[in-house]
Write a protein that binds this ligand. Structure first.
Ligand SMILES: Cc1cc2nc3c(=O)[nH]c(=O)nc-3n(C[C@H](O)[C@H](O)[C@H](O)COP(=O)(O)OP(=O)(O)OC[C@H]3O[C@@H](n4cnc5c(N)ncnc54)[C@H](O)[C@@H]3O)c2cc1C
Length: 394
C-alpha cells in the first residue's frame, strides 16, 4: 500500500501551486513533471493504491514513447510488462491476425502505482482515500474541499488539475455537462486467474459482435485481463456482462474463460464523451476528464500520459501567475497533443457499429496486412511538442 506523504491538516495549512485531483496516468505524470519543474504539488486520489482500474492494460507505442521521453521506460521492465507482438481480431464471420509494431501489457495496479511512486519521488505530496471537490473561487486561488475517511478540510491552490477520469464532476460542475455520444457503451473489466492455454502471452484477442466487443490479454503475472465495451441494452437483454462477454468470445470461436463467471466485473460510466471545455479559471482537465472515445484502439493511457506531460509546464506557469489566456493555450496544446490524434479512433468506433463494415474491415486486414500496419503505425506515432521543436524526443 502506498502511504500518504502528508496529513490532511497539513495539506490544508499551506497554499499549493497545484492540486492534482486523480492519480491515474494523467494525474501522476502531470504531478511528477510539475514537481520536477519546482512547483509545490499536492496529488489527491479517492482510492488507495495499488488499485484496479477498468482497462485492457495495453500500452501502445505513443504511451511507451512518452514514458521514455521522461526517463520512465525502465519501470515497465521492472514490472515485467509483456511485449505485445500480434492482435487477433474476430467477429462471427471473419478473423484477422495483425502484427503489432510495438506495445506492452501490464496490470493497472502495477503501472499506476509505479507512476505514482515516481511522482512522490519527484517531490509531489500524496493524499490517498480522499475525494476532492471544487469549493468557492477566490481571486487569487482555488479552494478544494478534501473529504477523507474521517474528516473534511479545505485546501488552497493557485491551479487545480482535474485528472479524475471519466465523468469528471470537477470539470462538469464548472463548464457544464459533457456531451455523451448517443449510443455510447459501458466499459467493464475482470481479472481472471484460471486461463485456457489458448490465450498466449504477447497476443491481444479482440472479439467483436452485436452488442460490443471484448479484449483479452495476458498480464505480467499470467492472469488474463478481460476488458469490454458493451451496449447497456444488449447487456441487460443478454442477462449481464458475463453472458454477453462469453457469447462474444464464443462467436469468435475461442475457448470460454471459465473463471469469468466468478471474476468480479468493475464498470465505468458511458464511455464516449466530449466536454464542452477543457479549462476554466485556474482549472485544467487532462486524461479521460478531458474527453474519451471507446477503447478498441487501446490509446487511452497514451493520451493520458501525453496530456499530463504537455500540461505540466503550462500548469507550473499558471501556478506562478495566472493569466486568462492560459485557458485558450491549454485548449490549443491539448488539440495538437491529443485531440488531433483521436481521428483514427473515432473512425474505428463508428465503423464497429456496423456488422457489415466490421466484416469488410477484417477481410481487408486479413488479405492486406499492410493496411492494418499503416493504421497501427499512424496511431503509434510520437506526438507534437508545445515547445515548437516539432516532435517530442522519444
Ligand atoms: C474497457 C476499457 C478498456 C481500456 N483499455 C485500454 C487499453 O488497453 N489501453 C489504453 O491505453 N487505454 C485503455 N483504456 C483507457 C484507459 O483506461 C484510460 O484512458 C486511462 O486510464 C485514463 O487515465 P486517467 O489518468 O485520465 O484516468 P484514470 O486512470 O481513470 O484515473 C483517474 C483517478 O481519479 C480518481 N478520482 C476520480 N474522482 C476523484 C475525486 N473526486 N477525488 C479524488 N480522486 C478522484 C480515481 O480514483 C482514479 O484513480 C480502456 C478503457 C476502458 C473503459
Amino acid at each position: 500500500v502506498i502511504a500518504p506523504t502528508i496529513s490532511m491538516d497539513d495539506a490544508a495549512r499551506r497554499e499549493w501551486d497545484i492540486i492534482v485531483v486523480g492519480a491515474g496516468p494523467a494525474g501522476a505524470l502531470a504531478a511528477r513533471e510539475s514537481a520536477r519543474w519546482g512547483a509545490a504539488v499536492l496529488l489527491v486520489d479517492r482510492a488507495q493504491f495499488p488499485r484496479p482500474k477498468v482497462c485492457g492494460c495495453c500500452l501502445n507505442g505513443r504511451a511507451l514513447g512518452v514514458l521514455k521521453s521522461v526517463g520512465l521506460s525502465s519501470i515497465l521492465a521492472d514490472l515485467g510488462a509483456v511485449p505485445l507482438q500480434r492482435a487477433c481480431i474476430s467477429n462471427p464471420i471473419r478473423e484477422a491476425r495483425v502484427q503489432i509494431p510495438v506495445g506492452m501489457s501490464v496490470s493497472r495496479e502495477a503501472l499506476d502505482a509505479a507512476l505514482l511512486q515516481s511522482a512522490i519521488g519527484a517531490g509531489a505530496s500524496f493524499l490517498p482515500r480522499t475525494r476532492a471537490a471544487l469549493d468557492r473561487k477566490s481571486c487569487d486561488h482555488r479552494r478544494v474541499s478534501l473529504h477523507g475517511i474521517e474528516h473534511t478540510a479545505i485546501a488552497r491552490a493557485r491551479v487545480v488539475i482535474a485528472a479524475n477520469g471519466l465523468a469528471s464532476e470537477l470539470l462538469e460542475r464548472e463548464t457544464g455537462a459533457a456531451c455523451v455520444w448517443p449510443n455510447a457503451r459501458l466499459g467493464l473489466s475482470a481479472l481472471c486467474a484460471r486461463v485456457p492455454s489458448f490465450y498466449r502471452r504477447g497476443t491481444i484477442y479482440l472479439a467483436c459482435g452485436p452488442g460490443g466487443y471484448v479484449g483479452l490479454v495476458r498480464l505480467e503475472d499470467e492472469r488474463l485481463e478481460v476488458a469490454a465495451a458493451l451496449d447497456p441494452v444488449a447487456m441487460r437483454r443478454a442477462g449481464g456482462p458475463t453472458k454477453l462477454a462469453s457469447s462474444l468470445i464464443d462467436s469468435a470461436r475461442w475457448p470460454p474463460v471459465p473463471s469469468l463467471s466468478d471474476g468480479r466485473w468493475h464498470g465505468t460510466p458511458l464511455l464516449t464523451r466530449i466536454p464542452t471545455a477543457r479549462a476554466a479559471e485556474r482549472l485544467f482537465a487532462v486524461g479521460d476528464a478531458a474527453g474519451y472515445i471507446e477503447p478498441f484502439t487501446g490509446e487511452g493511457i497514451g493520451w493520458a500520459l501525453a496530456g499530463g506531460r504537455a500540461l505540466a509546464p503550462l500548469a507550473v506557469r499558471a501556478g506562478k501567475r495566472w493569466q486568462p489566456s492560459f485557458v485558450h493555450e491549454w485548449e490549443a496544446v491539448y488539440r495538437k497533443t491529443v485531440r488531433d490524434k483521436q481521428q483514427a479512433c473515432w473512425s474505428v468506433t463508428r465503423l464497429l457499429r456496423s456488422a457489415v463494415l466490421t466484416t469488410a474491415m477484417l477481410g481487408v486486414m486479413s488479405v492486406m496486412p499492410a493496411s492494418a500496419r499503416l493504421l497501427l503505425e499512424r496511431m503509434n506515432r510520437p506526438e507534437w511538442s508545445p515547445g515548437g521543436r516539432g516532435e517530442w524526443r522519444s
